[in-house]
Design a protein around this ligand. Structure first.
Ligand code: 3PG
Ligand code: CO
Length: 555
């Protein structure tokens, strides 16, 4: 019979304060000038590394170790925090969509049948990230979906693209648009009226997260639904090429544009009777647009015109909110997460980050579930992020504020676990600004120090790790690891995450003597961390969790 009660650990005590610190975008790579973590002064993380191999090691944070389709898939925060919190490896959105498309089951599901009802009279709109990054969406999935929808009766299709440059190289948008335009031309040759209707850079248009800036979603709404934008072009390829000519233009931040016909009229506003699919599988940056498309009552911005549409997500983005109500592929069912177990076993929990990563240590950590398991046992604190800036301008972000709040939570002795995400390495790494990323890494290291000092004061334990790589490698490399140059001889900046492993360190005065990393889990990954943390709270992990990374030797 199922029980939430965890068995006592045979050797480890309960009642220690455990700090779980996740450095976002902090992988381990060879030291060179493009490794910002190496270049930055990071005395705290350096000192933890000296504890290897007993108190410091590397764990896998990409590919199959976190439920992604292949070993070529870089890690990301969604799958990373899911694995950290759930203690098991679940096939993730990218993989589930692959399977549903390959088997054709996607076209038999409730979600597809629902949108299909609009195909006779209305237009099918596909909105999402045009990229092969595999973090939020994949171009090949969009291509298959376009083909499948037209074979299943869609006669008029409009694609609303969001350019990437964050999970893929800046400038790659042009090639992706060319590929998509080719596909749409082929559909047109078969009699399907298919076109790109609008676009914009993902960080400027539509893909905000955790309600950091509704203006982003509004800009998308205006272009996609109302057919209004400051820039109008006859084709998307022209749009992207022209907009990229602006000084400092960048795929992530392209302004919104609409495609117009010869009379200057938008070719694809969303109107009554249409169907809409948001084709990203990842949730965090789709929740806000999903609310705008689905909710009757909505006051985040003036939608001006609210078309009566049939809307489905590629996945359901929030299971609690049932958002959206209709979806093409069922999301992974991540249940019995470590957070839920620990709360059932009396572990009082504090979680904190700033807005742009807040849902990572709450929503993703708890298996894509928002809210508390037990409000009397938990406190989640969100520090407001600066909005409307790129984080290379403020590379320290709110690291100090997060560390202070966490320190105070530790010293209050009101919590058994404090869990934080320090965003700097990732958020600044994504800007591709190497100098700023160095500053970011130093700030994150200082935040770790403040948290470890507080743990020292209360006799607690720390676990310091990361969700995936980013700041440790800022350049695109060839197979033998040499930096790649572009046609002007400049290095190709890598804004994306990496395939690198991440560190994990344990320690603190509360760590029982004899605790060390086992040697027999060499392939350990992020999913092994939950059992490890449960042990440090004095419990054994459930038997179906990935095994613990630690052992206790008698001394
Ligand atoms: C983003 O959404 O910012 C990037 O695509 C992925 O970054 P994250 O996985 O670190 O959030
Ligand atoms: Co990132």
């Amino acid at each position: 019979d199922f029980s939430w009660k965890l068995p006592d650990h045979p050797k480890l005590p309960k009642g220690k304060t455990v700090a779980v610190v996740v450095l976002d975008g902090w992988g381990e790579a060879n030291p060179d000038e493009y490794n910002c973590i190496h270049v930055a002064q990071t005395p705290t993380m350096d000192s933890l590394k000296k504890g290897a191999p007993e108190k410091w090691r590397l764990v896998r944070a990409h590919g199959k170790a976190v439920g992604l389709p292949t070993e070529d898939d870089m890690g990301n925060s969604e799958v990373g925090h899911n694995a950290l919190g759930a203690g098991r490896i679940f096939a993730q959105g990218a993989k589930l969509v692959d399977l549903a498309l390959a088997s054709g089951k996607i076209y038999e599901g409730e979600g597809f049948k629902y949108i299909k009802e609009s195909f006779d009279q209305g237009t099918l709109h596909l909105i999402g990230l045009l990229s092969d990054g595999g973090v939020h969406s994949r171009l090949d999935q969009l291509q298959l979906l376009l083909k499948g929808c037209s074979e299943n009766g869609a006669k008029r299709i409009r694609v609303h693209i969001l350019t990437d440059g964050r999970d893929v190289l800046d400038g790659s948008s042009v090639g992706f648009v060319e590929t998509l335009e080719n596909d749409l031309a082929q559909l047109r040759a078969k009699g399907v009226d298919a076109q790109i209707a609008s676009g914009g850079g993902r960080m400027n248009v539509t893909m905000d997260r955790y309600e950091n800036d509704w203006g982003v979603v509004k800009r998308g709404w205006d272009a996609q639904v109302l057919g209004e934008a400051p820039h109008k072009f006859r084709s998307a390829l022209e749009a992207v090429k022209k907009l990229r000519e602006e000084p400092k233009a960048n795929d992530q931040y392209l302004p919104p544009f609409v495609i117009v016909d010869e009379s200057g009229k938008a070719v694809g506003p969303i109107v009554d009777g249409d169907a809409v699919v948001t084709f990203n599988f990842r949730a965090d940056r789709m929740v806000m647009i999903a609310k705008a498309l689905e909710y009757q009552d909505f006051d985040k911005f003036d939608r001006v015109r609210v078309p009566k549409i049939r809307y489905a997500g590629m996945l359901q983005y929030d299971g609690e909110l049932k958002l959206p109500n209709h979806y093409l592929v069922s999301p992974p069912e991540i249940e019995r997460t470590s957070g839920e177990y620990l709360v059932h076993n009396g572990v009082r929990t504090f979680a904190c980050s700033e807005t742009v990563k807040f849902g990572h240590v709450t929503f993703f950590w708890n298996g894509n579930r928002s809210g508390y398991f037990n409000p009397s046992m938990e406190e989640y604190v969100e520090i407001p992020s600066d909005s409307g800036i790129t984080f290379n301008v403020q590379p320290k972000m709110k690291a100090l504020e997060i560390a202070e709040k966490t320190r105070d939570a530790i010293l209050s002795r009101k919590f058994d676990q404090v869990r934080v995400n320090l965003p700097n390495g990732d958020m600044v790494g994504h800007t591709g600004d190497i100098e700023a990323t160095v500053v970011a890494c130093k700030a994150a290291d200082e935040a770790v120090k403040m948290i470890l000092d507080a743990i020292e004061q209360v006799g607690g334990i720390y676990v310091v790790t990361a969700d995936h790589g980013n700041a440790e490698d800022m350049v695109k490399r060839n197979k033998s690891g040499q930096p790649l140059l572009d046609k002007d001889g400049k290095i190709q900046i890598l804004t994306s995450h990496t395939l690198q492993p991440v560190p994990i360190a344990i320690g603190g005065p509360g760590l029982a003597s004899g605790v060390r990393f086992r040697k027999d889990v060499p392939d350990g990954g992020l999913a092994n961390v939950a059992a490890t943390v449960m042990n440090l709270h004095g419990f054994e992990a459930p038997s179906d969790y990935e095994t613990t990374l630690i052992e206790v030797v008698d001394n």
